[in-house]
Design a binder for this molecule. Structure first.
Ligand code: PRP
Length: 207
């Protein structure tokens, strides 16, 4: 059996995805999610987990230091790394939307869009024929319209609470997001039996 390295996002997605692997029949210790270790070896299953920042998972997989990984569709669309998308795990479902202050139109001459997804935002506004200036931020995006930094934000909406509590409304639904199983193209060829077995076991338990 070939050894498999899996890159996982830290935090809630890790816990959900790890539980899915247990449900799919992998023999993994129940306790591991409580630890703060970033490299976890499971010798019984010949599996090693790398725990990474969500945006870094496709980077590890593209470079082949992880054979497979779990990445949000948002990070895949934003980073456009050379990885194979194998399966929609249907966890962490949310969407990307544009939002802003209620009853406002965008500045006609130079609309500004604040986001941590500059590529997704740029593509979206290009598609609908709007010329915009993208202002890239790393978090707390919802602040931007409130303090006059941007006309609109492009960000993840999950429950909608963050928008509501900051007095913003949604304008356009841009794309749906969920966690995906991805693979390094070389690993996918070299370890195809191992990876395909994992995919088919995961498929059985995806809702
Ligand atoms: C995301 C997103 C919103 C919030 C939306 O942020 O940027 O702020 O979640 O969730 P809601 O619709 O359920 O309120 P995240 O928690 O990933 O933190 P970040 O801003 O640090 O990226």
């Amino acid at each position: 059996m070939s050894h498999l390295t899996i890159a996982m996002p830290k935090g809630r997605i890790f816990e959900e995805a790890y539980q899915m692997l247990i449900d799919a029949g992998f023999n993994l210790p129940e306790e591991v999610e409580m630890s703060r270790k970033l490299l976890i070896e499971i010798p019984e299953e010949q599996i090693r987990f790398i725990l990474a920042k969500p945006m870094d998972v496709p980077v590890y997989v593209e470079h082949g230091v992880a054979d497979i990984g779990i990445a949000g569709k948002d990070t895949l669309l934003e980073l456009r790394r050379n990885v194979h998308e194998l399966l929609d795990l249907k966890i962490s479902q949310c969407y990307i939307a544009s939002a802003g202050l209620p009853n406002t139109t965008m500045n006609e001459i130079a609309p500004r869009i604040a986001t941590k997804y500059p590529n997704i935002a740029m593509n979206y506004y290009k598609e609908i024929g709007e010329q915009v200036e993208i202002i890239e931020l790393n978090g707390s995006i919802e602040l931007a319209p409130m303090i006059g930094l941007a006309d609109r934000i492009v960000d993840i909406v999950s429950t909608g609470r963050t928008l509501k509590e900051n007095g913003l409304v949604e304008y356009e639904h841009i794309t749906d997001v969920s966690s995906r199983l991805i693979a390094n193209p070389v690993s996918y060829r070299m370890k195809s039996a191992r990876i395909q077995e994992l995919v088919s076991r995961m498929k059985n338990i995806v809702g």
